[in-house]
Design a protein around this ligand. Structure first.
Ligand code: ADP
Ligand code: ZN
Length: 614
């Protein structure tokens, strides 16, 4: 009896904080389970999808358990957003990093020593400094949370050597429960997190990776990739988006072209001056419809909830990175899109980059396999969301119904005979030429052809197909590993790939089929009501004016406080206000996203706006 009471109690108080402080009616998904572990003083590992509410899993126990809660996070941007959001909700949270001014530092330490701070955000290297560990070792700690815990895995795309140091936390704070959280980790990465962070025996919580609000699309690059990107962006006017490009230079060129096309675009990469970067980030976060054109330097920790599309002008190199980058769209649960443009040259480049890295051979081999798995998904004919979720180890996954593969299943054309021709031609040419020359050879159109080449049996055997079809087929053969591209310093040469596979094609034992290309690029349509399973923001016609007035008020308020608008209220909260027109404190508190602190801060303003528009 008494044990029942004891176990029931901590979650009740956690729910109470969830309601009073954060204004949410109940826990979502696996939150209650994770929080229960920490409240009981046990460590845990949690893999929850983006937008799944990971941060509350450690914030609430840190607030409820006695002592200071530490949160380790890889990026300053991530910390500052979370701390701003917590402060808005009236939570005693601060961060210490290299940017913290000395007097601010002092006052934070004063609050820590008094015991009046609930949460402290730190970088891994900041936390692991001997002097810091010393100082923290004398305090009572409630929990230690490691955010973006996949950064500890060297198999992954986000490996951060400084995360490795966090393994020592187990011995430095042996009695403090630890929580590792991330949005992306396959089984192997989870094992790695456990091993590195010494979480043996800790309970594991892995939520579904389903993101029903996200429509995934992918398309082979055709011609100059940039034109297609401009087209995709301009077809989606008035929406916030992120375009990822592979190089600093192309982010700037693309942003310029988008601006010329009338899109409010901003370039972002690690080569820009720090102040410029900060300004552009702020501009993007606060704008309703800006497009950030960025390298992967931009992203982790950018929690803008209303990003409506993420476009890969150049593809990432693994499903983990893909999922994380695409996952930045639609965090608010509203319909959003991820669109990836890719080509065989990108595949070759990704492999080469891994090959030339300084890393153990077995690590490289795993990474190269991950690249191939990713391209197999892009080229594949199965639902994209389902493919990703299976990759992460989910079982019994259903088709999403909204990706390009689900909406217009690609038709396969048997191209085995043409493939035999292309493979023999590549063989005869001895891997000395690039793809253009191979196509010319097949068509019998090589300029200034030598007598030796025109005497080859493969010269001009492919006149029945157009150059474009040959190029597609060669891509396909590259994706399948039947052909191989040698980068040759930017002038790639094409040769035969896996010998056994090639032989099987010659013998007719292995068929090659190509995707029938869509007539025009019409497979990818701007999403409207993608998978309506989530909490959709619907504002009735008659409430639109009030909703807009609330947004305008929020923008002003955010500007005054120098915080992003969404840390004040999300769109979903404003939509609920516009619908319910709360006229009392009780009515305000009934709205999702309004806790006591925000009611006290903004209740009067909101009621005045509601009244004036009513
Ligand atoms: P992530 O897992 O991506 O870090 P966050 O912790 O930023 O997600 O939460 C995503 C959004 O979901 C936030 O706006 C948060 O306020 C909201 N949220 C979290 N938990 C709940 C809940 N139990 N009920 C309603 N909204 C919630
Ligand atoms: Zn699908």
């Amino acid at each position: 009896m008494s044990s029942l009471l004891e176990t029931a109690h901590p979650l009740d108080s956690a729910r109470d904080v969830l309601r009073r402080t954060f204004g949410h009616a109940d826990f979502r998904g696996l939150q209650a389970g994770v929080i229960g572990e920490l409240m009981a003083g046990r460590s845990a590992l949690a893999v929850l999808p983006t937008g799944g509410g990971k941060s509350l899993c450690y914030q609430i126990p840190a607030m409820l358990r006695p002592g200071l809660g530490l949160v380790v996070s890889p990026l300053i941007a991530l910390m500052s957003d979370q701390v701003a959001g917590l402060q808005q909700a009236g939570v005693a949270a601060e961060r210490l990093d290299s940017n913290t001014a000395p007097d601010e530092r002092q006052s934070i330490w004063r609050r820590i020593d008094e015991g009046s701070l609930d949460l402290l955000y730190l970088s891994p290297e900041g936390l692991m400094q001997p002097s810091m560990l010393n100082r923290l070792g004398q305090l009572k700690l409630s929990i230690v949370a490691v955010d973006e815990a996949h950064c500890v895995s060297q198999w992954g795309h986000d490996f951060r050597p400084e995360y490795r140091m966090l393994g020592r936390l187990a011995e430095v704070f042996p009695h403090v429960p630890r929580l590792a959280v991330t949005a992306t980790a396959d089984a192997r990465t989870r094992d790695d997190i456990r091993a590195e962070l010494r979480l043996d025996g800790a309970a594991e919580f892995v939520d579904s990776f389903a993101r029903p609000e996200l429509a995934l699309n992918a398309e082979r690059k055709r011609g100059k990739g940039h034109e297609r990107v401009i087209e995709l962006v301009t077809e989606r006017p008035g929406r916030a988006g992120v375009v990822y490009a592979g190089s600093r230079d192309s982010t700037e060129k693309l942003a310029e072209k988008l601006i010329t096309a009338g899109v409010p675009a901003l370039a972002y990469h690690a080569g820009l001056d720090k102040a410029v970067r900060a300004r552009r980030l702020e501009e993007f976060l606060e704008a309703d419809a800006a497009v950030m054109v960025a390298t992967i330097a931009f992203g982790m920790g950018v929690d803008k909830p209303d990003v409506r599309f993420v476009i890969h002008a150049d593809p990432p190199a693994a499903i983990e990175a893909y999922w994380q980058e695409i996952g930045r769209a639609g965090r608010d649960g509203q319909p959003a899109e991820g669109i990836t443009l890719y080509g065989s040259a990108d595949l070759a480049w990704a492999i080469r980059r891994i090959d030339t890295r300084e890393a153990p051979e077995e690590v490289k081999a795993v990474q190269i396999r991950k690249v191939r798995q990713f391209y197999a998904m892009l080229e594949g004919v199965t639902c994209r969301a389902a493919a990703v979720r299976r990759y992460f180890g989910e079982e019994g996954v259903a088709r999403c119904g909204v990706c390009d593969v689900c909406l217009s299943p690609p038709q396969g054309i048997d191209a085995s005979q043409a493939a035999q021709k292309a493979l023999s031609a590549a063989h005869r040419l001895g891997g000395r030429f690039g793809r253009g020359r191979l196509v010319d050879h097949l068509l019998g159109k090589t300029k200034d052809v030598s007598a030796t080449e025109s005497a080859l049996s493969t010269w001009g055997i492919g006149k029945e197909l157009s150059p474009a079809v040959w190029r597609d087929l060669i891509d396909q053969l590259l994706f399948e590993g039947l052909l191989k591209e040698d980068p040759n310093d930017g002038r790639p040469l094409i040769g035969l790939g896996d010998a056994d596979a090639v032989r099987a094609v010659y013998r007719g034992e292995r068929r090659v089929s190509v995707r029938k290309a869509p007539e025009k690029h019409d497979a990818i349509r701007p999403a409207r009501g993608v998978g309506k399973k989530r909490r959709e923001i619907v504002v009735a016609m008659e409430d639109q004016a009030l909703f807009e007035a609330l947004r305008a008020w929020r923008r002003e308020e955010a500007g005054r406080q120098h915080v992003p608008p969404y840390v004040i209220f999300g769109d979903a909260t404003l939509a609920e206000i516009a619908r319910d027109k709360p006229a009392s404190d009780r009515a305000l508190l009934a709205i999702n996203g309004i806790g006591e602190e925000k009611r006290a801060r903004y209740g009067e303003d909101i009621r005045a706006i509601v009244k004036s528009m009513g």
